[in-house]
Design a binder for this molecule. Structure first.
Ligand code: FMN
Length: 243
């Protein structure tokens, strides 16, 4: 089973949620018996910012702050693919999600420390990561936001993926034509807005390509596991695909 986790990075059930639902339903349509999807909203969740204590480095990656971080971290670690759908905030990712990503990245050094004695290193977890970003305005941070998430994917040893040309160069992007309503994109779709139709196509193609790449990675990992098993950098990936 390919597990796709959709993380909605908005503090409300709105436009990010809407695009993510479209993306996940396209993802599960490809092979319903082989794909499971979960939409995880951060709405109502609390992720305190990292306090730089570095205790996670010597307690097997456990963060000293106990909040909603642990739940999402476990889902993230267990997923074969993650699709982020986020609103643009200040031309970047919302602080809540950034707080989660900061803690996830740093705590993974401690979590996987036993694989790399004497080194500070992260494994190649080879999850597929895709991004959708939408904001109120045009040219107002969608690409920067997606680039931040691509950088996160690379840092975590994951594989960033996008959808198809021409609607998803680096991810799917949308704008609400200056409206701040939570259902602005849904209304735009009903009005036949071209940019919203393009965004929806982008979100759907992202869902499809995410699953396809996860399938290819899994099959490749299984076919070559004897070779990859020798290198601890692949241990978490091999454990995941053999579960
Ligand atoms: C704190 C804050 C900062 C924002 N910054 C931007 C921005 O830089 N660019 C933009 O296009 N929209 C910006 N917006 C608007 C939201 O991205 C937009 O309303 C989006 O549709 C909200 O998505 P949601 O419905 O999923 O919450 C901002 C909104 C908030 C609350």
């Amino acid at each position: 089973m390919i597990k796709v986790l959709g993380i909605c990075g908005s503090p409300r059930k709105g436009n990010s949620h809407y695009l993510l639902e479209k993306s996940l339903s396209a993802a599960s349509r490809i092979a319903p018996d082989e794909v499971s999807t979960e939409l995880y909203p951060i709405k109502g969740k609390k992720y305190a910012p990292c306090i730089s204590c570095f205790k996670c480095g010597d307690q097997r990656g456990e963060c000293v702050i106990q909040d909603d971080f642990q739940e999402l971290r476990d889902k993230w670690l267990g997923a074969d693919a993650v699709i982020y759908s986020v609103p643009v905030y200040h031309m970047g990712i919302p602080a809540q999600l950034k707080a989660f990503l900061d803690r996830l990245g740093n705590s993974c050094f401690g979590r996987y420390a036993e694989l790399f004695p004497g080194e500070s290193k992260l494994p190649r977890t080879l999850k597929v990561i895709a991004s959708i970003a939408q904001g109120a305005h045009l040219f107002s941070g969608q690409e920067h936001t997606i680039t931040d998430l691509i950088n996160h994917a690379l840092m975590m040893g994951c594989v960033p993926v996008t959808g198809d040309m021409w609607e998803a160069y680096i991810g799917a992007g949308a704008w609400t034509h200056n409206e701040i309503d939570r259902n602005a994109l849904e209304k735009k779709e009903e009005d036949g807005s071209l940019s919203t139709r393009v965004a929806l196509r982008g979100a759907e193609s992202i869902g499809i390509r995410t699953v396809e790449l996860a399938m290819i990675l899994r099959a490749g990992g299984i076919a070559h596991s004897a070779r990859f098993r020798k290198d601890p950098v692949y241990t978490p990936f091999l454990r995941r695909i053999q579960e």
